[in-house]
Design a protein around this ligand. Structure first.
Ligand code: ATP
Ligand code: MG
Length: 289
Protein backbone atom coordinates (compact mmCIF):
# COMPACT_ATOMS: atom_id res chain seq x y z
CA UNK A 1 0.00 0.00 0.00
CA UNK A 2 2.82 2.38 0.89
CA UNK A 3 4.09 1.60 -2.55
CA UNK A 4 1.10 3.17 -4.33
CA UNK A 5 1.50 6.41 -2.40
CA UNK A 6 5.22 6.47 -3.07
CA UNK A 7 4.66 5.92 -6.78
CA UNK A 8 2.10 8.71 -7.00
CA UNK A 9 3.79 11.27 -4.77
CA UNK A 10 4.82 14.39 -6.69
CA UNK A 11 7.26 17.02 -5.55
CA UNK A 12 9.32 19.92 -6.75
CA UNK A 13 10.53 18.08 -9.84
CA UNK A 14 7.06 17.15 -11.11
CA UNK A 15 6.68 16.89 -14.89
CA UNK A 16 3.02 16.34 -15.68
CA UNK A 17 3.78 15.79 -19.36
CA UNK A 18 5.71 12.65 -18.46
CA UNK A 19 2.88 11.15 -16.37
CA UNK A 20 0.53 9.08 -18.53
CA UNK A 21 -3.09 9.93 -17.61
CA UNK A 22 -4.08 6.41 -18.72
CA UNK A 23 -1.33 4.79 -16.64
CA UNK A 24 -1.93 2.43 -13.74
CA UNK A 25 1.08 2.75 -11.40
CA UNK A 26 1.18 0.20 -8.61
CA UNK A 27 -1.41 -2.15 -10.09
CA UNK A 28 -0.20 -5.69 -9.39
CA UNK A 29 1.08 -7.55 -12.42
CA UNK A 30 -0.77 -10.83 -12.02
CA UNK A 31 -2.64 -12.98 -14.55
CA UNK A 32 -5.97 -12.11 -12.97
CA UNK A 33 -5.29 -8.35 -13.11
CA UNK A 34 -4.04 -8.56 -16.70
CA UNK A 35 -7.15 -10.48 -17.76
CA UNK A 36 -9.64 -7.97 -16.36
CA UNK A 37 -8.06 -5.05 -14.49
CA UNK A 38 -11.31 -3.17 -14.15
CA UNK A 39 -13.21 -5.97 -12.41
CA UNK A 40 -10.21 -6.65 -10.22
CA UNK A 41 -9.90 -2.99 -9.18
CA UNK A 42 -13.62 -2.67 -8.50
CA UNK A 43 -13.52 -5.73 -6.24
CA UNK A 44 -10.41 -4.39 -4.49
CA UNK A 45 -12.13 -1.05 -3.97
CA UNK A 46 -14.90 -2.82 -2.08
CA UNK A 47 -12.27 -4.37 0.19
CA UNK A 48 -10.41 -1.08 0.63
CA UNK A 49 -13.76 0.55 1.41
CA UNK A 50 -14.33 -1.89 4.28
CA UNK A 51 -10.93 -0.96 5.70
CA UNK A 52 -11.58 2.75 5.21
CA UNK A 53 -14.93 2.50 6.99
CA UNK A 54 -13.33 0.74 9.96
CA UNK A 55 -10.58 3.35 10.32
CA UNK A 56 -13.14 6.12 9.88
CA UNK A 57 -15.22 4.65 12.71
CA UNK A 58 -12.16 4.56 14.98
CA UNK A 59 -11.37 8.19 14.16
CA UNK A 60 -14.96 9.19 14.86
CA UNK A 61 -15.12 7.17 18.07
CA UNK A 62 -11.88 8.69 19.42
CA UNK A 63 -13.24 12.23 18.99
CA UNK A 64 -16.60 11.24 20.46
CA UNK A 65 -14.95 9.86 23.59
CA UNK A 66 -12.18 12.40 24.10
CA UNK A 67 -12.78 16.14 23.85
CA UNK A 68 -9.04 16.72 23.59
CA UNK A 69 -8.82 14.55 20.46
CA UNK A 70 -7.70 16.65 17.48
CA UNK A 71 -7.10 14.06 14.79
CA UNK A 72 -8.91 14.46 11.47
CA UNK A 73 -8.19 14.09 7.78
CA UNK A 74 -8.55 16.45 4.84
CA UNK A 75 -8.59 15.07 1.31
CA UNK A 76 -8.17 17.80 -1.30
CA UNK A 77 -9.38 16.89 -4.79
CA UNK A 78 -8.27 19.03 -7.71
CA UNK A 79 -8.70 18.38 -11.42
CA UNK A 80 -9.39 19.94 -14.77
CA UNK A 81 -13.08 20.03 -15.74
CA UNK A 82 -14.44 16.51 -16.16
CA UNK A 83 -11.45 15.22 -14.19
CA UNK A 84 -13.68 12.99 -12.07
CA UNK A 85 -13.81 14.73 -8.71
CA UNK A 86 -17.51 14.01 -8.29
CA UNK A 87 -17.10 10.38 -9.30
CA UNK A 88 -14.24 9.95 -6.84
CA UNK A 89 -16.34 11.39 -4.03
CA UNK A 90 -19.21 9.04 -4.93
CA UNK A 91 -17.10 5.91 -5.25
CA UNK A 92 -14.46 6.40 -2.53
CA UNK A 93 -16.27 8.47 0.08
CA UNK A 94 -19.33 6.34 -0.71
CA UNK A 95 -17.68 3.39 1.02
CA UNK A 96 -17.75 5.21 4.38
CA UNK A 97 -20.35 6.36 6.90
CA UNK A 98 -21.82 9.68 5.71
CA UNK A 99 -22.04 10.81 9.35
CA UNK A 100 -18.26 10.84 9.61
CA UNK A 101 -17.69 12.81 6.41
CA UNK A 102 -17.58 16.52 5.76
CA UNK A 103 -17.71 17.15 2.02
CA UNK A 104 -17.46 20.68 0.64
CA UNK A 105 -17.33 21.88 -2.98
CA UNK A 106 -15.88 25.26 -3.91
CA UNK A 107 -17.16 27.35 -6.80
CA UNK A 108 -16.32 30.94 -7.72
CA UNK A 109 -16.15 33.02 -4.52
CA UNK A 110 -19.34 34.84 -3.54
CA UNK A 111 -19.26 38.64 -3.01
CA UNK A 112 -19.10 38.00 0.74
CA UNK A 113 -16.20 35.57 0.35
CA UNK A 114 -14.38 38.10 -1.83
CA UNK A 115 -14.42 40.56 1.05
CA UNK A 116 -12.04 38.24 2.88
CA UNK A 117 -8.65 36.64 2.36
CA UNK A 118 -8.79 33.61 0.01
CA UNK A 119 -8.28 31.20 2.93
CA UNK A 120 -11.24 32.57 4.88
CA UNK A 121 -13.87 30.30 3.30
CA UNK A 122 -11.46 27.38 3.47
CA UNK A 123 -10.95 27.77 7.23
CA UNK A 124 -14.72 27.73 7.69
CA UNK A 125 -15.03 24.47 5.77
CA UNK A 126 -12.43 22.41 7.64
CA UNK A 127 -13.43 19.07 9.19
CA UNK A 128 -13.97 18.93 12.94
CA UNK A 129 -11.88 16.43 14.95
CA UNK A 130 -13.00 12.87 14.21
CA UNK A 131 -14.17 13.62 10.69
CA UNK A 132 -12.81 13.04 7.21
CA UNK A 133 -13.13 16.23 5.19
CA UNK A 134 -13.17 16.21 1.42
CA UNK A 135 -12.66 19.36 -0.64
CA UNK A 136 -14.05 19.20 -4.17
CA UNK A 137 -11.78 22.00 -5.46
CA UNK A 138 -10.07 24.05 -2.82
CA UNK A 139 -7.75 26.94 -1.95
CA UNK A 140 -5.61 25.76 -4.87
CA UNK A 141 -8.12 27.34 -7.27
CA UNK A 142 -6.65 30.62 -6.06
CA UNK A 143 -3.30 29.76 -7.68
CA UNK A 144 -4.88 27.92 -10.65
CA UNK A 145 -7.96 29.59 -12.18
CA UNK A 146 -7.01 32.88 -10.51
CA UNK A 147 -3.63 32.77 -12.27
CA UNK A 148 -4.68 31.35 -15.64
CA UNK A 149 -7.72 33.60 -16.06
CA UNK A 150 -5.96 36.70 -14.67
CA UNK A 151 -8.41 37.14 -11.81
CA UNK A 152 -5.68 38.75 -9.70
CA UNK A 153 -2.25 40.27 -10.55
CA UNK A 154 0.75 37.86 -10.62
CA UNK A 155 2.16 39.35 -7.42
CA UNK A 156 -1.01 38.34 -5.58
CA UNK A 157 -1.20 34.72 -6.69
CA UNK A 158 2.57 34.28 -6.38
CA UNK A 159 2.43 35.29 -2.72
CA UNK A 160 -0.25 32.68 -2.11
CA UNK A 161 2.06 29.66 -2.29
CA UNK A 162 3.80 30.68 0.93
CA UNK A 163 0.44 31.44 2.56
CA UNK A 164 -0.87 28.02 1.57
CA UNK A 165 2.24 26.31 2.93
CA UNK A 166 1.96 28.14 6.25
CA UNK A 167 -1.77 27.36 6.44
CA UNK A 168 -1.27 23.67 5.74
CA UNK A 169 1.57 23.44 8.23
CA UNK A 170 -0.74 24.97 10.83
CA UNK A 171 -3.39 22.40 9.94
CA UNK A 172 -0.98 19.51 10.29
CA UNK A 173 0.31 20.84 13.61
CA UNK A 174 -3.28 20.93 14.85
CA UNK A 175 -3.75 17.19 14.14
CA UNK A 176 -5.17 17.23 10.61
CA UNK A 177 -3.60 14.90 8.06
CA UNK A 178 -3.66 16.53 4.63
CA UNK A 179 -3.79 14.50 1.41
CA UNK A 180 -3.75 16.49 -1.82
CA UNK A 181 -4.72 14.76 -5.03
CA UNK A 182 -4.60 15.98 -8.60
CA UNK A 183 -6.75 13.78 -10.80
CA UNK A 184 -4.73 13.85 -14.01
CA UNK A 185 -6.78 13.45 -17.19
CA UNK A 186 -5.74 13.87 -20.80
CA UNK A 187 -6.95 16.54 -23.22
CA UNK A 188 -8.63 13.83 -25.32
CA UNK A 189 -10.34 12.23 -22.34
CA UNK A 190 -11.76 15.62 -21.33
CA UNK A 191 -13.14 15.99 -24.86
CA UNK A 192 -14.77 12.54 -24.68
CA UNK A 193 -16.36 13.35 -21.31
CA UNK A 194 -17.61 16.76 -22.46
CA UNK A 195 -19.21 15.10 -25.50
CA UNK A 196 -20.83 12.51 -23.22
CA UNK A 197 -22.35 15.32 -21.21
CA UNK A 198 -23.70 16.89 -24.41
CA UNK A 199 -25.18 13.65 -25.73
CA UNK A 200 -26.98 12.61 -22.56
CA UNK A 201 -29.90 14.75 -21.36
CA UNK A 202 -29.31 13.40 -17.84
CA UNK A 203 -25.86 15.00 -17.95
CA UNK A 204 -26.77 18.41 -19.38
CA UNK A 205 -26.75 19.85 -15.87
CA UNK A 206 -23.05 19.10 -15.61
CA UNK A 207 -22.22 20.85 -18.86
CA UNK A 208 -20.98 24.41 -18.85
CA UNK A 209 -20.25 26.11 -22.20
CA UNK A 210 -17.32 27.83 -20.47
CA UNK A 211 -15.63 24.44 -20.12
CA UNK A 212 -15.03 24.52 -23.90
CA UNK A 213 -13.51 28.01 -23.67
CA UNK A 214 -11.29 26.76 -20.87
CA UNK A 215 -9.84 24.07 -23.16
CA UNK A 216 -7.95 26.87 -24.93
CA UNK A 217 -6.08 27.39 -21.65
CA UNK A 218 -5.17 23.71 -21.18
CA UNK A 219 -1.40 24.21 -21.32
CA UNK A 220 -1.52 27.23 -19.03
CA UNK A 221 -3.51 25.18 -16.51
CA UNK A 222 -1.02 22.32 -16.70
CA UNK A 223 1.81 24.79 -15.97
CA UNK A 224 -0.17 26.27 -13.09
CA UNK A 225 -0.80 22.78 -11.66
CA UNK A 226 2.87 21.85 -11.98
CA UNK A 227 3.92 25.04 -10.17
CA UNK A 228 1.34 24.56 -7.40
CA UNK A 229 2.54 20.99 -6.87
CA UNK A 230 6.19 22.06 -6.93
CA UNK A 231 5.66 25.00 -4.58
CA UNK A 232 3.31 23.29 -2.13
CA UNK A 233 4.29 19.61 -2.26
CA UNK A 234 5.83 19.67 1.20
CA UNK A 235 6.90 16.56 3.06
CA UNK A 236 4.02 16.75 5.50
CA UNK A 237 1.28 17.57 3.04
CA UNK A 238 2.44 15.94 -0.17
CA UNK A 239 0.74 16.18 -3.53
CA UNK A 240 -0.22 13.03 -5.37
CA UNK A 241 -0.82 12.92 -9.10
CA UNK A 242 -3.34 10.17 -9.87
CA UNK A 243 -3.73 9.12 -13.51
CA UNK A 244 -7.48 9.49 -13.97
CA UNK A 245 -8.43 8.58 -17.54
CA UNK A 246 -9.43 5.15 -16.21
CA UNK A 247 -12.02 5.67 -13.51
CA UNK A 248 -11.52 2.26 -11.89
CA UNK A 249 -7.80 2.97 -11.43
CA UNK A 250 -8.48 6.47 -10.12
CA UNK A 251 -10.86 5.21 -7.42
CA UNK A 252 -8.57 2.34 -6.41
CA UNK A 253 -5.59 4.69 -6.13
CA UNK A 254 -7.39 7.42 -4.15
CA UNK A 255 -8.77 4.81 -1.73
CA UNK A 256 -5.18 3.63 -1.18
CA UNK A 257 -3.96 7.17 -0.51
CA UNK A 258 -6.71 7.81 2.00
CA UNK A 259 -6.14 4.50 3.73
CA UNK A 260 -2.43 5.24 3.92
CA UNK A 261 -3.14 8.60 5.60
CA UNK A 262 -5.50 6.97 8.09
CA UNK A 263 -2.94 4.26 8.85
CA UNK A 264 -0.40 6.95 9.70
CA UNK A 265 -2.77 8.23 12.39
CA UNK A 266 -2.25 4.93 14.19
CA UNK A 267 -5.90 4.60 15.12
CA UNK A 268 -7.53 2.25 17.58
CA UNK A 269 -10.95 2.04 19.19
CA UNK A 270 -11.00 4.13 22.37
CA UNK A 271 -10.74 2.19 25.64
CA UNK A 272 -13.89 2.07 27.80
CA UNK A 273 -14.31 4.68 30.52
CA UNK A 274 -16.23 2.04 32.52
CA UNK A 275 -15.51 -1.51 33.60
CA UNK A 276 -17.22 -3.87 31.14
CA UNK A 277 -17.23 -6.77 33.67
CA UNK A 278 -18.96 -4.63 36.29
CA UNK A 279 -21.48 -3.45 33.73
CA UNK A 280 -22.21 -7.01 32.58
CA UNK A 281 -22.82 -7.99 36.24
CA UNK A 282 -25.17 -5.06 36.64
CA UNK A 283 -27.06 -6.16 33.53
CA UNK A 284 -27.27 -9.72 34.90
CA UNK A 285 -28.73 -8.42 38.14
CA UNK A 286 -31.19 -6.61 35.93
CA UNK A 287 -32.70 -10.03 35.33
CA UNK A 288 -32.77 -10.36 31.55
CA UNK A 289 -29.08 -11.27 30.88
P1 ATP B 1 -16.78 19.34 -13.21
O1 ATP B 1 -15.35 18.99 -13.06
O2 ATP B 1 -17.66 18.14 -13.19
O3 ATP B 1 -17.04 20.24 -14.38
P2 ATP B 1 -16.71 21.52 -11.38
O4 ATP B 1 -15.82 21.31 -10.19
O5 ATP B 1 -16.09 22.26 -12.52
O6 ATP B 1 -17.24 20.14 -11.90
P3 ATP B 1 -18.66 23.52 -11.38
O7 ATP B 1 -19.72 23.87 -10.42
O8 ATP B 1 -18.98 23.31 -12.82
O9 ATP B 1 -17.97 22.26 -10.82
O10 ATP B 1 -17.51 24.64 -11.36
C1 ATP B 1 -16.93 25.19 -10.26
C2 ATP B 1 -16.16 26.38 -10.81
O11 ATP B 1 -15.74 27.19 -9.73
C3 ATP B 1 -14.91 26.00 -11.58
O12 ATP B 1 -14.95 26.58 -12.86
C4 ATP B 1 -13.78 26.62 -10.76
O13 ATP B 1 -12.71 27.07 -11.54
C5 ATP B 1 -14.51 27.75 -10.06
N1 ATP B 1 -13.81 28.18 -8.86
C6 ATP B 1 -13.59 27.48 -7.73
N2 ATP B 1 -12.84 28.19 -6.86
C7 ATP B 1 -12.59 29.37 -7.45
C8 ATP B 1 -11.86 30.52 -7.06
N3 ATP B 1 -11.25 30.58 -5.88
N4 ATP B 1 -11.81 31.56 -7.91
C9 ATP B 1 -12.43 31.48 -9.11
N5 ATP B 1 -13.13 30.43 -9.54
C10 ATP B 1 -13.21 29.37 -8.73
MG1 MG C 1 -17.18 22.37 -14.34
Amino acid sequence: MAQVSELLRAGSGVDLGSIDPAGTPGLPDTKQVRRDPKSWARAELADLGTQLARRQEMLYACAKKDRAERRRVLLVLQAMDCGGKDGTVRRVAGTMNPQGLHIVGFGPPTPKELEHDFLWRIRHALPEPGLIGIFNRSHYEDVLVARVRDLVPPKVWQARYAKINAFEQELIDSGCAVVKVMLHISYDEQRRRLLQRLRDPAKYWKYNPEDVDNRAYWDAYQRAYADAIAECGTGHAPWYVVPADRKWYRDWAVAHLLLDALDHLDLAYPPPDFDPETEIKRMERDGTG
